[in-house]
Design a protein around this ligand. Structure first.
Ligand SMILES: Cc1cc2nc3c(=O)[nH]c(=O)nc-3n(C[C@H](O)[C@H](O)[C@H](O)COP(=O)(O)OP(=O)(O)OC[C@H]3O[C@@H](n4cnc5c(N)ncnc54)[C@H](O)[C@@H]3O)c2cc1C
Length: 446
């Protein structure tokens, strides 16, 4: 369902994921004539909350990490400041499965537990005494961490951690993909770079009605400026304006904020002969790999779990796989209102670059994968009482070496009236999406 598309707008935002919503919200607040189009049937991209039988599951992102200035401003604009829920202290507990379940809360667990061998721990402790890192800026995250902390840390800590953020492989991702790691690398190592990291403590947030409360409220505020079910198919530029062809007609706009995935953006630009002065950057972004992920939300009786589903979640080291499951999020331990008393809500993340075929499995097979993983990690002894499946094909951008350089080159080749935003370009987290959308709004209203 969509309100009638206007023939023209001062700014047209393509994509109503969180980055496009942030851009449109800021522009609307400044009195700019802005419209927002999205191919989907709901605003917010993969942000999807489902309430069922007293459980509340997130089908896509589970929570916002980082309540920084831009995110707080957007939540305020949505009127949801008093609806925020902060993660319970239990969420401090993090777990890794490497042949068995290991807690990885901090140094005490790493040195007291048996996730790392004595040799692996000694290698880790030698970091400050090693020669400063001098690798290229677009070296892989694995290359940097292996150099600093040794291969065991890469295999048992880094690889599961990167699965949790990118559903990807740190051996394929460049340093700038993780801003903190890029800062450490720039300063020669972990201990050498530590003092340059930002000090702000990231909070983990959601809302009383679940994460989808945010895009819903932003969509409501945008009202008739938001057009859902509208697919952008082509764009062209003449002397005065952009001409954007969509499934529902053509819109002319002085400025475009483009907040759809990077490969789709690159293909639109190439077909419209825009930014083609930098063909190599367009090619790199058109072929950007995107990880596909399925999620299975499970409602479980606590009495069926030998080990409580307590903590933030559990990530799986790839050398000791649990089928195609990459991680478990203990949703009702993070936000207790997600399950009825005596019950736990757990979401299994399945697929990613290590199991790209998983999104093609049917519901029963995905639920079986999730259940089987929980049998092994938490001694689940019965069927779940509720199961909810979501699939997100080609959803999470994998920033390969050269990605940041390609984004810079493309931005330099584009006219000032075509502004890139979103997770294809500026970071894959929800907080990054908001910062990117606000920066795009600033550029569009300058
Ligand atoms: C399963 C999953 C779990 C995640 N978990 C977390 C988490 O817990 N915390 C976190 O911070 N981040 C998480 N992320 C990442 C987070 O979802 C992204 O950072 C965020 O959604 C990116 O927002 P965006 O606006 O850049 O892009 P998107 O949300 O992808 O929005 C792009 C929009 O463009 C639209 N579109 C595409 N092509 C066209 C076209 N041709 N015409 C019109 N519209 C088009 C799409 O419909 C979509 O709505 C997760 C992602 C997934 C998939």
């Amino acid at each position: 369902m969509t309100s009638a598309l206007p023939g023209s707008a001062e700014v047209l935002v393509l994509g109503a994921g969180l980055s496009g919503l942030a851009a449109a919200t800021r522009l609307a607040a400044r009195g700019v004539d802005v419209h927002l189009v999205d191919a989907g049937d709901a605003a917010g991209g993969p942000i999807r909350t489902v309430a069922i039988d007293g459980y509340r599951f997130e089908g896509g992102p589970n929570s916002i990490r980082g309540g920084g200035a831009a995110m707080t401003a957007l939540i305020a604009a949505a009127g949801l400041l008093d609806q925020r829920t902060i993660a319970s202290p239990l969420a401090k507990d993090r777990w890794i499965y490497h042949g068995g379940v290991h807690r990885v809360n901090g140094p005490k667990d790493l040195f007291g537990g048996n996730l790392l061998t004595p040799g692996g721990r000694a290698r880790l402790l030698s970091e400050p005494f090693r020669r400063a890192w001098k690798g290229p800026r677009d070296a892989t995250i694995s290359a940097f961490i292996a150099d600093r902390l040794g291969p065991e840390v890469v295999e048992r800590l880094l690889e599961p951690a990167i699965t949790g953020i990118f559903a990807g492989d740190p051996g394929d991702l460049e340093l700038p993909a993780l801003k903190m790691v890029a800062i450490l690398a720039e300063h020669g190592g972990i201990i050498r770079g530590m003092k340059y990291l930002p000090r702000d403590k990231a909070q983990i947030l959601s809302f009383a009605g679940g994460l989808q409360s945010l895009p819903r409220a932003l969509g409501d505020h945008l009202g008739a400026r938001l057009h859902l079910g509208v697919t952008v198919s082509a764009l062209a530029r003449d002397a005065d304006a952009w001409q954007v062809d969509t499934s529902h007609g053509t819109v002319r706009a002085k400025t475009i904020v483009c907040a759809i995935p990077a490969p789709a953006t690159a293909r639109l630009l190439a077909a419209g002969s825009v930014g083609s002065s930098n063909g190599a950057a367009l090619d790199a972004l058109a072929s950007l790999p995107m990880a596909s992920v399925a999620t299975v939300g499970l409602g479980l009786r606590d009495s069926d779990l030998a080990r409580p589903a307590s903590g933030f979640g559990l990530l799986i080291a790839p050398r000791t796989p649990l089928g195609r499951v990459q991680g478990l999020v203990f949703a009702s331990s993070i936000f207790p209102d997600r399950a009825p008393p005596g019950r736990s809500a757990v979401t299994a993340i399945i697929g990613g670059v290590r199991a790209p075929d998983a999104v093609g499995l049917d519901d029963a097979a995905l639920i079986a994968e999730a259940t089987s993983a929980l049998q092994k990690t938490h001694g689940l002894s019965n069927d779940p009482e509720v199961a909810v499946v979501h699939r997100w094909p080609r959803a999470i951008a994998q920033y390969r070496p050269g990605h940041a350089a390609a984004v810079r080159a493309l931005r330099a080749a584009l006219p000032r009236t075509f502004i890139l935003a979103g997770s294809g370009f500026d970071g894959v987290g929800l907080a990054d999406a908001v910062t990117s959308g606000y920066a795009a709004a600033d550029a569009a209203s300058n």
